[in-house]
Design a protein around this ligand. Structure first.
Ligand SMILES: O=c1ccn([C@@H]2O[C@H](COP(=O)(O)O)[C@@H](O)[C@H]2O)c(=O)[nH]1
Length: 229
């Protein structure tokens, strides 16, 4: 596990609320994720604001398009000096390679991760798309494509972490959403794990949103998670 394993998913529709929360955080304790909601509402300026405060920012836009389009989007993202960007692994070898090439050609050289199977998917949702097979096996197949195409890691559930650890070296980052402390609302997540279990399973980073941001005291919720690790 990384020394700063927690990536807080800042999924707010109110920028003042988000700023109020972020001002209470220390960039040495956590990293931040900006996803589709905040990026669509508040754009690159919001990302720059967080980067200027000294945070490592994971820009989670999950690009999935033809290689040329994805490479250009990654080039634009890298100009924001974000720490990590991502694509969907199902975009395939050429798309991921083009994304990695764009990362390396940029000044800030963000890490590139590839989303395998969304943590909100269970077997009932998975089978109509991918057929009768194990979710974990499909995650491994997609992670193999990502790894061979030069990605720095994958986004997966912590439930698949030990399988991926057996197949890839320690440098290959495992970034895991679907983290739920005991007693917290599961919401739309399906393949969930507690923070302590995710650590035991060998993840590098855990992405945690609502269990922190929707808590009555988000800073306290974060601190409790950090203490449990
Ligand atoms: O497979 C995936 C990929 C991305 N996410 C994102 O992570 C956070 C999780 O937030 P919670 O509130 O802790 O559920 C959210 O921004 C997702 O877009 C994911 O959950 N699963």
């Amino acid at each position: 596990m990384d020394a700063r394993p927690v990536i807080i998913a800042l999924d707010y529709d109110d920028i003042q609320l988000a700023k109020q929360f972020v001002k209470q955080l220390n960039p040495e304790n956590c990293r931040l994720k900006v996803g589709k909601e905040m990026f669509t509402l508040f754009g690159p300026d919001w990302v720059k604001y967080l980067v200027d405060l000294g945070f490592d920012v994971f820009l989670d836009l999950k690009f999935h398009d033809i290689p040329n389009t994805v490479a250009k989007a990654i080039t634009a993202a890298a100009k924001l000096k974000v720490w990590m960007v991502n694509v969907h692994a199902s975009g395939g070898h050429e798309m991921i390679k083009a994304a990695k090439h764009a990362c390396l050609a940029s000044e800030s050289k963000p890490l590139l991760t590839a989303v395998t199977i969304l943590t909100s998917m269970d077997k009932a949702q998975f089978v109509p798309i991918y057929g009768q097979q194990d979710i974990a096996k499909k995650v491994l197949d997609l992670a193999t494509i990502a790894n061979q195409s030069g990605a720095d890691g994958v986004v997966c559930s912590a439930q698949e972490a030990s399988l991926l650890r057996e197949n890839f070296n320690q440098q290959f980052k495992l970034v895991t959403p679907g983290i739920r402390p005991v007693g917290s609302d599961v919401g739309d997540q399906k393949r969930i794990t507690t923070p302590a279990k995710a650590k035991l399973l060998g993840v590098d980073f855990m992405v945690i949103g609502r269990p922190i941001t929707q808590a009555s005291d988000p800073v306290n919720a974060l601190n409790q998670i950090l203490q449990s690790l």
